[in-house]
Design a protein around this ligand. Structure first.
Ligand SMILES: *Cc1c(COP(=O)(O)O)cnc(C)c1O
Length: 362
């Protein structure tokens, strides 16, 4: 089997051992004579997987079931953009949002349907190439929403903001499990699995139990967090296969040494790529100038001479690299180097960046 260096922004690369185990599970799970795709979500085989996944999710984030509820929901992170304000905002209330890019803007747009949104800070006037320095918080805000890693623009919050008494909420879709962070600061966090945690089809959440108690009532059952919390994400048929693969990914993170070890590797990986880009300012333009704002997960850059773009991509393809084309709104290139992306792949990209720059330096 051939494996390439897959820099895709999402769905992203998964660890090979996880794929191998999942392939076995597709044929048979636990000597049951059934595929993971065939077992009942109320049966013993699946229930064990489900509860292990919940426990691993909380444990890896440094949380416990005493204070937090893990949830596995369908609909992607985009559904959370609406479900969050549906549950926690009302017409006469204000939520603060930080606008750090396209995903944040979508979250803002959905929240505006349910209540007042105050944009506490925005980096839009510099094309989202940084994390805003200071926030204008609304006294008594219902919550403050941030996007920990901006997948499209290549920025990441390196430290969490002060938010006074407002509950802090985060879209962690593209950097959950990538680095050590005080996850207990979040009253609610959500992450579509397909960037850094598993296949598409499930969204991971960790919600503080006391925050859940403040949710709006009188919602359609499927759109109320409390419905899913009370049923441990088994109110209806959950995305069984994606949750199974997420649990395999979480086991893989544990075997790798936990988030601390994964973070060390992620820092080395990103360091290799940013160093190569910064070595040739006449050839490459990292779209996020300040190292203090750069993402560990999505390295975004342009060629100074955009007429070389297709040559750059063709050269990458010849070196077994795929998925480097940047998002249409930013242009240029994006190397997504999620947890499962191997360090050798970052070395290979760095070597290519050096070779390409030497060949094209004026
Ligand atoms: C990909 C992404 C989303 C959207 O996720 P879906 O699961 O496709 O809805 C939301 N937020 C961030 C930060 C993302 O990277």
């Amino acid at each position: 089997m051939k494996r390439i260096y897959n820099f895709s922004a999402g769905p992203g690369i998964l660890p090979l051992p996880v794929l191998e185990e999942a392939a076995k599970g597709v044929l048979e799970i636990n000597n049951s004579g059934m595929s993971i795709l065939e077992v009942s979500h109320r049966g013993k085989d699946y229930e064990t997987i489900h509860h292990n996944a919940e426990q691993r999710l909380l444990k890896l984030l440094g949380l416990t079931a005493d204070t937090h509820q893990a949830l596995f929901l369908g609909g992607g992170a985009s559904t959370q953009f609406a479900m969050l304000p549906m549950n926690f905002l009302a017409k006469d209330q204000t939520a603060d949002y930080v606008n750090t890019g396209e995903w944040a803007a979508k979250a803002i747009k959905e929240a505006q349907r349910f209540g007042n949104v105050h944009v506490a800070a925005s980096s839009e006037d510099t094309r989202f190439n940084c994390i805003p320095a200071s926030l204008q918080l609304t006294p008594g805000a219902r919550y403050l929403h941030i996007t920990t890693n901006n997948t499209i623009e290549g920025t990441e919050w390196q430290a969490l903001p002060e938010c006074g008494s407002a509950p802090l909420i985060a879209d962690c879709s593209s950097d959950i499990f990538a680095r050590q962070l005080d996850y207990s600061r979040f009253s609610l966090l959500y992450a579509g699995a397909q960037k850094n945690a598993g296949p598409a089809g499930v969204t991971l959440l960790a919600v503080r139990r006391d925050f859940l108690q403040t949710a709006n009532t009188d919602l359609p059952a499927m759109f109320a967090y409390n419905t899913h919390a009370k049923a441990d994400s088994l109110y209806n048929t959950p995305p069984v296969f994606p949750i199974y693969v997420v649990d395999l990914v979480l086991q893989w993170i544990e075997r790798e040494g936990g988030i601390a070890a994964v973070e060390d590797r992620n820092r080395r990986k990103a360091g290799l790529v940013y160093e190569a880009l910064d070595a040739y300012p006449a050839v490459y333009e990292p779209t996020v100038p300040s190292p203090a704002h750069r993402s560990l997960m999505n390295v975004t850059f342009r060629l100074r001479d955009t007429s070389l773009d297709s040559e750059f991509l063709a050269g990458a393809a010849a070196r077994n690299m795929d998925g480097l084309k940047g998002h249409r709104s930013v242009g240029g290139f994006r190397a997504s180097i999620y947890n499962a992306f191997p360090e050798e792949g970052c070395q290979a990209l760095a070597e290519y960046l050096h070779a390409f720059a030497r060949a094209h330096a004026a």
